[in-house]
Ligand binder design. Structure first.
Ligand SMILES: NC(=O)c1ccc[n+]([C@@H]2O[C@H](COP(=O)([O-])OP(=O)(O)OC[C@H]3O[C@@H](n4cnc5c(N)ncnc54)[C@H](OP(=O)(O)O)[C@@H]3O)[C@@H](O)[C@H]2O)c1
Length: 361
């Protein structure tokens, strides 16, 4: 089969013929219709992000595809089913604290490398082998819509955060970093889950205004100027009442002051979820007594639980979250390098670059 192979960090992807995946027990082989290209895929493939990948590797985290073959343990999947291939692969030998890899992107820890050695290759190929539980049915869709359905991979990330925070319909949410790719998706997801109001922060005022244009008055925007006390005052003034839940999804370039600005806007007994890539080693500097006396919950969240795709598919099928928000630029597998370059240039809210290894019929 044809695949895009990363042989060394910093080298272009080689488009070449590789052996097709072989089915084992507990796995599914999927014909890949479409796979999303992250805006920062170039930083991953250059080695800049220092993601744990043993090369050579076929990159590509997640896909929309059709089941080609199932193992003997599959009781629901059938050949031809449309599925989301969830890149969040968990080790099966420790239910309490499974190792996680993102198939085709990174091994979360040194320990998880063993898992990555087995579920090694990602979706920028004509076929993909995934654990049975990672091929999740999305119902019948038109093949031409497969590229748009790749937005699942973006929407599911903040959804994982809101599930972790037990977001309730009617609550007020703050999305910190709302103008980025995952942050803007967080706004759509919070609204789809029934948030009464979403406070959206960012430095780009045009991008903030676009969120209001798309979603209307349930979104209130606050431009961030980088002065902690002032920025937080603006956030609290914009909110219609106490902020129940804060989701932070800032990128590595952001600093912890930007994160703390948002965290400390949460109400007493409020919940905060940290999902961004912030690297600043200084720590968050959260006042111990503020957290203790206000019964604040702060937790991290990587990705989303296994059942999230089923629920998110329901939100989309019911029209509560619209895939039409996303502008999709498709590329053939032969043009994978151009797709990576395009994704970096065309990043931001509701922009999506997709590689289509199998053309829609
Ligand atoms: N936890 C998880 O499961 C998970 C999954 C996927 C990704 N992530 C993380 O989420 C992060 C965000 O991803 P993304 O694709 O949404 O990023 P992105 O598109 O680059 O957006 C980040 C936004 O952050 C804002 N920002 C604030 N301070 C910034 C600064 N100092 N430098 C650059 N931008 C700044 C920018 O908006 P303004 O210019 O308007 O401020 C930008 O639009 C990723 O870096 C990744 O590490 C986490």
């Amino acid at each position: 089969m044809k695949a895009a192979v990363l042989k060394a960090f910093g080298s272009p992807l080689a488009i070449e013929t590789v052996p097709a995946p072989v089915l084992g027990t507990g796995e599914v082989i999927v014909d890949v219709m479409a796979s999303r290209v992250l805006a920062y895929a170039n930083e991953v493939l250059s080695g800049e992000r220092k993601y744990l990948m043993e090369l050579p590797m076929v990159p590509g985290p997640g896909a929309i595809g059709r089941v080609c073959a199932t193992g003997p343990d599959a009781t629901h999947l059938a050949v031809g089913d449309f599925v989301y291939c969830d890149p969040t692969v968990r080790s099966r030998d420790d239910a309490r604290a499974p190792d996680i890899i993102l198939q085709g992107l990174t091994s979360g820890s040194q320990g998880a490398l063993r898992l990555q050695r087995y579920f090694h290759d990602g979706a920028w190929a004509e076929q993909l082998r995934v654990p049975t539980e990672n091929a999740i049915k999305i119902g019948t869709i038109a093949e031409v819509d497969a590229a748009r359905w790749c937005a699942l991979g973006t929407l599911l990330v903040p959804y994982g955060g809101f599930l972790a925070a037990q977001l309730q319909a009617g609550e007020t949410v703050l999305v910190n970093g709302a103008t980025g790719s995952f942050g803007s998706a967080a706004v759509a997801v919070a609204l789809g889950m029934g948030a009464a109001c979403v406070i959206a922060t960012g430095r780009n005022e045009q991008a903030l205004a676009d969120l209001v244009r798309r979603f209307g008055p349930r979104v209130r925007t606050v431009p961030m100027r980088g002065v902690e006390e002032d920025d937080r005052k603006q956030i609290l003034q914009a909110a219609p009442g106490p902020i129940d839940c804060v989701l932070d999804i800032l990128p590595p370039a952001a600093n912890t002051t930007q994160v703390r600005t948002a965290i400390m806007a949460v109400r007493p007994y409020g919940r905060v979820v940290l999902m961004g890539g912030v690297l600043d080693g200084a720590g968050l500097g959260l006042p111990y007594s503020w957290m203790m006396r206000n019964c604040i919950t702060v937790r991290g969240q990587w990705m989303y639980p296994p059942h999230a795709t089923i629920l998110m598919t329901g939100l989309i099928q019911a029209g509560l979250i619209s895939l039409d928000q996303f502008h999709v630029t498709p590329f053939n597998l032969d043009d994978a390098n151009a797709a990576v370059a395009h994704a970096a240039k065309d990043s931001g809210a509701f922009r999506m670059t997709v590689i289509q290894p199998q053309q829609p019929r």
